[in-house]
Write a protein that binds this ligand. Structure first.
Ligand SMILES: [Zn+2]
Length: 174
């Protein structure tokens, strides 16, 4: 079976894999970005906070290049660029962070979300904005549960009406 690639899909998968590997309650800039982006579709403008989070993280991680002047033996100078990078930051986290930046630019970071089945809560990339479950199985489980709940509620309502009717009949008979 051929799998279609969707815009943002590969990046979304990198981010989801990273978030799924995090220990619960871990503080993580990617997690913070995803949460901030998730508020935006709910009409809360978090763009300033997102920009700040990115800037703060870059400062902390010391990601960047800076120029350096080196004296040459012939008496001149050479301009070189040095990479400055906090080597303690895992490569996978850096990758997930840059993937998040791409999705932010494309306006797609809010598509990275947690599965709506509470026992699952896995992170995934929703190809469509309406997607709520990380896979078909989780969707079916929740839908079946909702169906049972509706059925129980309907049954309870039928019982209630039946009792009410019986009570009325008894009152009339008395
Ligand atoms: Zn799930």
């Amino acid at each position: 079976m051929k799998r279609k690639t969707f815009i943002g899909g590969p990046e979304g998968q990198v981010i989801s894999a990273w978030l799924n590997s995090l220990a619960p309650e871990r503080r993580d800039p990617i997690l913070r970005l995803v949460r901030l982006a998730g508020k935006f579709p709910l009409l809360e403008d978090t763009r300033t906070e997102i920009a700040k989070e990115v800037a703060d993280t870059m400062r902390r991680w010391k990601v960047g290049t800076y120029p350096q002047i080196v004296n040459t033996e012939s008496g001149g100078y050479t301009l070189t660029w040095r990479e400055d990078w906090n080597k303690k930051v895992p490569a996978r986290q850096v990758q997930a962070f840059f993937a998040a930046l791409k999705l932010i630019e494309w306006g797609l970071l809010a598509r990275v979300k947690q599965c709506a089945r509470p026992e699952c809560a896995k992170w995934f990339f929703g190809v469509l904005p309406t997607m709520r479950y990380h896979d078909k199985q989780c969707q079916q489980v929740v839908e079946a549960r909702d169906e049972q709940r509706r059925e129980r509620r309907a049954q309870a309502m039928r019982n209630y009406r039946k009792k009410k009717k019986e009570k009325k009949q008894r009152t009339v008979a008395a």
